[in-house]
Every structure is written in structure tokens, then in C-alpha cells.
Design a protein around this ligand. Structure first.
Ligand code: HEC
Ligand code: HEC
Ligand code: HEC
Ligand code: HEC
Ligand code: HEC
Ligand code: HEC
Length: 438
């Protein structure tokens, strides 16, 4: 029967529509998960899905997540952070070189590669860490970098021609609005097309009903079907539907509950307003003042101190003396009261953390834990500061044993027993409870 065929088709279209809407929500959920991984330390590939086929949009999206999880503390696309701005990187360097570089920059520099050695010297011999990423993951990061920037690269080299083409195509399709949005646009278009389809089918069905009503030669069964109304009351009473709605509501509540429980005590992103509009961007960034000029104990002691007003006066007895914000420093000194800075980072007392162990002995950059402080107008807590965050890094980071006699024998012992595994903080006992709790 034409009529029942039509209604069956519209059910299928409806089912397809629901499935699509479902996948859209699922996609949101995964991207939220990736964002919450931002505090992951270098070398951590957690949370960032590798680019598994699915075309360039997928690769670029994976590259975006990988970049955020591993590179943002030191790189931006159009701006120098700790390392160089990466815009146009595939024009400067070819993909095979970039893969070698990201996997092990120290090795490329040690090999005497002219470009790498010059770059290393230009950046004050700061060592970029090695990353245990696959070729495909690194390529997808570069695809994402290309998709940001002013557009595709001119004059592609043989090695990266295919990739550049792909990125260029996406940028054009998305109207230059960044290829990350490309997938979303496609989804919206699909949904709109489906809605139009459903509406058209309903209209056609009604038209055909009208035509059929005009005919006299219908038997009883056909008339019955023709006059059938959709049974809304039956639907409302249906246990199956109630069950489905109940299950969806229960799942949503459970999800919200788990999210809020996980967030208890998590202060990532905390950014209080400070009593004086002190800007790290202006001081540590634009004026390039060394962190330890103000945080004098960070390489020597457990805590990094907050500078006293006297340190500010080293400069501000001369610079900007008339500014209302600077006057607040003068007032604090006159009243002999310290400036009431609001504390941003605060571990609970049950955990022991020592700055000099990490900055001086471990050789870890401030930015690895605190993010791009030199770009912050107002400081915020960049990392999660959870136990998992500490332990992840201890598992992944090789010990900085060079020129440290304390480690000589331990390294020998480790190399003798299991040479294949790198000598990480955790192989030296850095994940034992008593190291951080007492
Ligand atoms: C802890 C800081 C740090 C992190 C994290 C970091 N880099 Fe770097 N990167 C640097 C520095 C510093 C340089 C400059 C060279 C040097 O001093 O060794 C650099 C140089 C580069 C270069 C060469 C740039 C040019 O202009 O030729 C590329 C490419 C690069 N990094 C990619 C990455 C990628 C991809 C990631 C993430 C997977 C990453 N970096 C993570 C610090 C970092
Ligand atoms: C001119 C002095 C000065 C310099 C240079 C400076 N800081 Fe600070 N820093 C401060 C002051 C003052 C505060 C407290 C006010 C605030 O939070 O903005 C602070 C706060 C901080 C905090 C947050 C402390 C908390 O309350 O948990 C961090 C982290 C930090 N600085 C890191 C750095 C790093 C990393 C650098 C180098 C890139 C740096 N600072 C350079 C003066 C300085
Ligand atoms: C090593 C020198 C130096 C030190 C130390 C220093 N500053 Fe500055 N500060 C500067 C410079 C340079 C400027 C930019 C002046 C300009 O814009 O002309 C500045 C600007 C400022 C401004 C912006 C003023 C305005 O109205 O535009 C504030 C607020 C400020 N500093 C607060 C502080 C505080 C608080 C401290 C101590 C924690 C401090 N500074 C320590 C060099 C310093
Ligand atoms: C291994 C991660 C790590 C590194 C590297 C690191 N910090 Fe911190 N920093 C922390 C943690 C964790 C806290 C919170 C400590 C607490 O509450 O006891 C903190 C707190 C601070 C504070 C607030 C005062 C305090 O000690 O509680 C300042 C200021 C600060 N860091 C500056 C720096 C500077 C400057 C550097 C680089 C020279 C640096 N940090 C490197 C993890 C790190
Ligand atoms: C970015 C990586 C990183 C993060 C994040 C980190 N650590 Fe560490 N930690 C290290 C390294 C590297 C060492 C080894 C330094 C050395 O002794 O050579 C270390 C050493 C230690 C040690 C001494 C271990 C030993 O064997 O003596 C303690 C304690 C410690 N960390 C506590 C913490 C705590 C607490 C946190 C979180 C609040 C934390 N760390 C976060 C990298 C990290
Ligand atoms: C590398 C450092 C480190 C090691 C090793 C470590 N912890 Fe922790 N632990 C922390 C930090 C930092 C916190 C505080 C985290 C927070 O506030 O979210 C913490 C918190 C805790 C808490 C309190 C949780 C809460 O919500 O109050 C318990 C319990 C705990 N750790 C048990 C352990 C046990 C058991 C071990 C050994 C298997 C261990 N820890 C090893 C750093 C460490």
C-alpha cells in the first residue's frame, strides 16, 4: 500500500535524523574531554585522538587537540611564546624534518643540522622536550597549524604537496573561518537537508491522501487506513517510550553528577583579581624581566616567593611614578603594610611540593607547569594540580641526570637491569606515596 510505504519511509528518515543528532552530541562530549586534558605534560599523548583516516577535517581536528595537549605552553601559531611562532612552518621545513624534530629535537641539534643549531642558539639554547608522537600525529599537528594562519602555503615542496593541498581545500570550504568548524557546518547542512526531506514527505503523503479521498472505488480496509489518525494518547501511555525517556534522563543526571564530583577541589583556571593591576605580560613578556628577579627563591627553595614592594621600587622609584596603580605600591610602603596579593596556586597541606627540585635539579621550565605566564595580563592557574597531574609527569619525564654526580651510580644500576626503559622520575621512586605525603 502506497500510504503505509510512505509512513514507513518517513520513520526511517526520522531514525536517521535522530542518529545524526546523537552523533553530534557525542562529538561535543569528546571535544570537552580533550579540553579537560589540557594540563597534560609534554610527552603526554593522553586524550588526543590520533588521526584515523576520515579525511583532512578529522586530521586537522586531531592536530588541534594534540597541539593543545602538548605544544601550547611553548608555541602559538602567530606569536612567539617560549619557542617560535609556528605559522608557515611547513614552508620553512619539510615534513620529514619536522617529524624528526618533534620526536627528538636534541638529536637533530646534536647531528649538526645547520638550521636546528642556529634556531637553538637564537632561542637561548632552550631545549624543546622530545615527544612520543607518531608520524601521523605530528603530520596532523602541522596540518592544523597550516589551517590556522593566513591560509595555505605557496609553492609547496614535493614532500608536503599532498598535505598542503588538503589543508588549502578545507580552508576554502569553510570560508577561511578555520577548518575546525568545517565538520560542524557539514553536520548542520545535513540536518537541514533531512528536515526538508521529512517535511516534503509529509506534504506528499497528505497530497496523496487527498487524491485517494476523491476516489469512489475504495474498499473498507483502504478507507480505514486513509482515515487513520496518529494515536498520540497511545504514544503517551506506551511503556517503551516512558522507559526510553526515563533512561535518557537518568543517564544525563548521572553524567552531570559524575562531572561535578570530579570537579570537587579542582581549581584549574582560577584567576582572582589582584589588588594592583600587575601584568606579567608587561613585565616578564614585553620587558623580558627574568622570573627569578622577582621570584628570587624559586631555584633555591621549596616555595617561590612573591616579591615584596621593595623589589617593585627598584624600578618604580623611577618608572611610571605618577600612575595610580604605582601609587598603590607607594601607599603600601608608607603604611608599612605588605600588598595583599591573592594567592592563585595552593596545594593542600597533605602534599609536599618543592620548586628547586623541579626547576634547578629537574631543569623544568616554569611554563611547563604554569603555562604562558609571560602572556598573562592576570595570572591564572594553568595546570590541574591534581595528584594525577604530578604522577603522570613523573611517569613520563626522564630524569635530568647529566652533570649530576648524585645520579651516576643509579643510572648505571638502572641501565644494567632494564636498559630498554628510560630512567624516569618514577623509576627512581617518584611515584611512591611517601615522596609527596608524610
Ligand atoms: C617546553 C617548551 C616547548 C614545548 C612544549 C614545545 N616546544 Fe617546539 N620549540 C621550543 C623551543 C625553545 C624551540 C626553538 C628551538 C630550540 O631552542 O630548541 C622550538 C622549536 C620548534 C620548531 C621549529 C620552529 C621553527 O621556526 O623552525 C617546531 C616545528 C616545534 N618547536 C614544534 C613543536 C611541537 C609540534 C610541539 C608540541 C608537540 C612543541 N614544539 C612543543 C620549545 C617547545
Ligand atoms: C616584576 C616582578 C615579577 C616578574 C618578573 C615575574 N613575576 Fe610572577 N608574580 C609577581 C607578583 C607581584 C605576583 C603576585 C600577583 C599576581 O598573581 O599577579 C606574581 C605571581 C606569580 C604566580 C602566581 C602565584 C600564586 O599566587 O600562586 C606565578 C605562577 C608566577 N608569578 C610566575 C612567574 C613566572 C613564570 C615568571 C617569569 C616568566 C614571573 N612570574 C615573573 C611578580 C613577578
Ligand atoms: C625591573 C624593573 C621593574 C620592576 C622590578 C617592576 N616593574 Fe612594573 N613596570 C616596569 C616597566 C618598564 C613598566 C612599563 C612602564 C611604561 O609603560 O612606560 C612597568 C609598568 C608597571 C605597571 C603599569 C603602570 C601603568 O599605569 O601603566 C604596574 C601597575 C606595575 N608596573 C607594577 C609593578 C609591581 C607591583 C611591581 C613589583 C611586584 C613591579 N611593577 C616591578 C618595570 C618594572
Ligand atoms: C613541576 C611544576 C612546576 C614548575 C616547573 C614551577 N612551578 Fe611554580 N608552582 C607549582 C606548584 C604545584 C605550585 C603550588 C605550590 C603550593 O601551593 O605549595 C606553584 C606555586 C608557585 C608560586 C606561588 C608561591 C608558592 O610557592 O606557592 C609561584 C610564584 C611560582 N610557582 C612561580 C614559579 C616560577 C617563577 C617557576 C620557574 C622558575 C615555577 N614556578 C616553576 C608547580 C611548578
Ligand atoms: C612537568 C613534570 C612534573 C610535574 C608536573 C611534577 N613533577 Fe615532581 N618531579 C619532576 C622531575 C623531573 C623530578 C626529578 C628531579 C630530579 O631530582 O632530578 C621530580 C621530582 C619530584 C620529587 C622528588 C622525588 C625523588 O625521587 O626524590 C617530589 C617529591 C616531587 N617531584 C613532587 C611533585 C608534586 C607533589 C607534584 C605535583 C604538585 C609534582 N612533583 C609535579 C617532574 C614533575
Ligand atoms: C608526585 C606526588 C604524589 C605522589 C607520589 C602521591 N601523591 Fe597523593 N596527592 C598528591 C597531591 C598533589 C595531592 C593533592 C591533590 C588535590 O588537591 O587534588 C594528593 C592527594 C592525595 C589524597 C587526598 C585526596 C583528596 O581528595 O583529599 C590521598 C588520599 C592521596 N593523595 C593518597 C596517595 C597515596 C596512597 C599515594 C601512593 C600510592 C600517593 N597519594 C602518592 C601528590 C602525590
Amino acid at each position: 500500500m502506497m500510504n503505509s510505504f510512505l509512513s514507513r519511509t518517513s520513520y526511517w528518515v526520522l531514525a536517521l535524523f535522530l542518529a545524526l543528532a546523537g552523533s553530534a552530541t557525542a562529538q561535543d562530549a569528546t571535544s570537552a574531554a580533550t579540553v579537560s586534558q589540557q594540563g597534560v605534560t609534554p610527552g603526554g599523548t593522553a586524550g588526543a585522538a590520533p588521526a584515523t583516516g576520515g579525511g583532512d577535517a578529522a586530521a586537522i581536528q586531531a592536530g588541534d587537540a594534540l597541539f593543545k595537549a602538548n605544544c601550547t605552553q611553548c608555541h602559538a601559531v602567530n606569536e612567539k611564546v617560549v619557542g617560535p611562532a609556528l605559522a608557515g612552518i611547513t614552508k620553512r621545513r619539510q615534513i620529514p624534518w619536522l617529524i624528526k624534530w618533534v620526536k627528538n629535537p636534541a638529536k637533530v641539534i646534536a647531528s649538526g643540522d645547520e638550521y636546528a643549531v642556529k634556531l637553538f642558539n637564537d632561542y637561548g639554547k632552550q631545549q624543546m622536550p622530545s615527544f612520543a608522537l607518531s608520524d601521523k600525529e605530528i603530520t596532523s599537528i602541522m596540518a592544523w597549524v597550516d589551517s590556522q594562519g593566513a591560509g595555505p602555503v605557496a609553492g609547496p615542496t614535493k614532500e608536503n604537496a599532498a598535505k598542503v593541498d588538503g589543508a588549502g581545500g578545507d580552508t576554502a570550504d569553510a570560508g577561511g573561518a578555520g577548518a575546525g568548524k568545517y565538520a560542524d557546518v557539514l553536520l548542520i547542512v545535513l540536518v537541514v537537508v533531512l528536515i526538508v526531506l521529512v517535511v516534503t514527505l509529509v506534504i506528499i503523503a497528505n497530497l496523496m491522501k487527498d487524491v485517494l479521498r476523491g476516489r469512489k472505488d475504495l474498499d473498507g480496509r483502504d478507507v480505514e487506513i486513509l482515515e487513520q489518525r496518529f494515536d498520540w494518547a497511545g504514544l503517551y501511555k506506551s511503556t517503551a517510550l516512558r522507559g526510553i525517556v526515563g533512561a535518557v534522563v537518568a543517564l544525563a543526571l548521572l553524567y552531570a553528577g559524575v562531572q561535578s564530583v570530579m570537579a570537587v577541589g579542582l581549581t584549574q583556571g582560577y584567576q582572582p583579581t589582584q589588588p594592583i593591576a600587575f601584568s606579567h605580560k608587561l613585565h616578564a613578556g614585553e620587558n623580558n624581566i627574568n622570573c627569578a628577579y622577582c621570584h628570587t627563591s624559586v631555584y633555591k627553595g621549596k616555595s617561590a616567593n612573591i616579591p615584596s614592594a621593595n623589589i617593585c621600587m627598584n624600578c618604580h622609584s623611577q618608572i611610571k611614578t605618577e600612575s595610580p596603580e604605582i601609587k598603590k605600591i607607594y601607599r603600601a610602603i608608607e603604611r608599612k603594610q605588605p600588598i595583599q596579593w591573592v594567592r592563585v596556586h595552593n596545594l593542600p597541606d597533605l602534599a609536599y611540593f618543592n620548586h628547586s627540585q623541579h626547576t634547578q635539579v629537574g631543569g623544568i621550565q616554569c611554563q611547563t607547569c604554569h603555562g604562558p605566564i609571560q602572556n598573562m595580563e592576570v595570572v591564572y592557574q594553568y595546570s590541574a594540580l591534581t595528584m594525577g597531574w604530578c604522577i603522570n609527569c613523573h611517569r613520563e619525564t626522564p630524569l635530568n641526570t647529566k652533570g649530576n654526580a648524585y645520579y651516576d651510580n643509579l643510572v648505571k644500576l638502572h641501565d644494567k637491569s632494564n636498559n630498554a626503559v628510560p630512567f624516569t622520575v618514577s623509576s627512581n621512586g617518584g611515584t611512591e606515596c611517601s615522596k609527596c605525603h608524610y
